[in-house]
Design a protein around this ligand. Sequence first.
Ligand code: NAD
Ligand code: UDP
Ligand code: UDP
Length: 326
Amino acid sequence: MSRLYDSRKRILVTGGAGFIGSHLVDRLLGEGHEVLCVDNLFTGTKRNIEHLHDNPRFEFMRHDVTFPLYVEVDEIYNLACPASPVHYQHDPVQTTKTSVHGAINVLGLAKRLGCKVLQASTSEVYGDPEVHPQVEGYWGHVNPVGPRSCYDEGKRCAETLFFDYHRQHGVEIKVARIFNTYGPRMHHADGRVVSNFLVQALRGEDITLFGDGRQTRSFCYVDDLVEGLVSLMATGPEVTGPVNLGNPHEFTMRELAERVIALTGSGAEMSERPLPLDDPRQRRPDITLARDLLDWTPRVELAEGLAETMHYMKRRLAELDEVTRT
Ligand code: NAD
Ligand code: UDP
Ligand code: UDP
């Protein structure tokens, strides 16, 4: 949609009240754009966006993306979808609907408006990968009928829809395959490993290490990820992705637990729990494509990012303690 008065864009961010979405919204507002944040607040919270309440360029709409959405915007970032295994397995049918019906609706919207649309896809499309590190050309190793399938297959189907709307209807698409991202505003009870370990260590509780802790992940700090998303959106129509976005430094979950214990100075002990079904054994992005296409590379290493996240979690836990005392 071309605007009459200025070159400022009006940008839709679905899932904008979530962890990554709220940082993206901050970034886009900081660049002078108008942002429409659409979220059903399933895992996101108003707290993540409450600092934007008085910003005249910010608008919040409570809406579920599985239903059609008729708005006028110039660009769309589609982030709506629970990302933590605990949350996406809570209502798996709704998770698949969110990815699939949500994709159809934002693509229909982008088709009508003739605007760019970016999909927050995931490293989970590679499943429990047999190729390491993961390159975009790898088709993945995904169980279609397991407890993670609602998320993995939902996101895979969303990618299919993005590419079919592109080929069939000429919609300008950008598909980002996001690897494990962490940082402030992750929900303290989110269930993901970084928030779990930090909260447990800060509370002096046992650190729940699933399996033997030798499985690996590569953790990207949220500011780096947002930079990658914005850079991908800024590319010309020839760039569709999929493009991996993540930090290639790989850690075992035992190493992560050790780092969290050292950082927090906690006396917490590790306590081994059963490994969840289909938990990927290894994960690390090959980011050659992102480096070449976007000139993007993550800057924040785990020590720095974990410290920032710990400060945030400390503040959140203190606020929660205050609420229970009063
Ligand atoms: P999050 O759970 O904090 O954010 C997801 C947001 O989507 C929440 O605000 C939630 O309320 C909203 N939402 C969920 N279902 C919705 C629906 N049907 N309609 C409208 N809103 C809905 O998770 P996040 O980590 O910020 O993830 C954001 C996106 O990035 C997700 O699409 C996720 O799959 C993707 N992603 C995240 C990671 C990661 O490590 N954080 C990795 C890969 C991909
Ligand atoms: N849609 C929407 N907003 C729009 C245009 C479409 O939410 O501005 C939704 C609508 O639910 C539609 C879907 O996107 O069913 C797919 O749109 P498309 O034009 O591809 O298909 P059709 O309208 O033929 O179903
Ligand atoms: N994990 C863990 N303890 C926890 C939560 C997660 O050991 O309290 C492990 C989990 O089994 C997985 C890794 O940490 O191997 C990352 O889990 P997360 O849920 O953060 O994301 P995933 O990458 O599996 O989607």
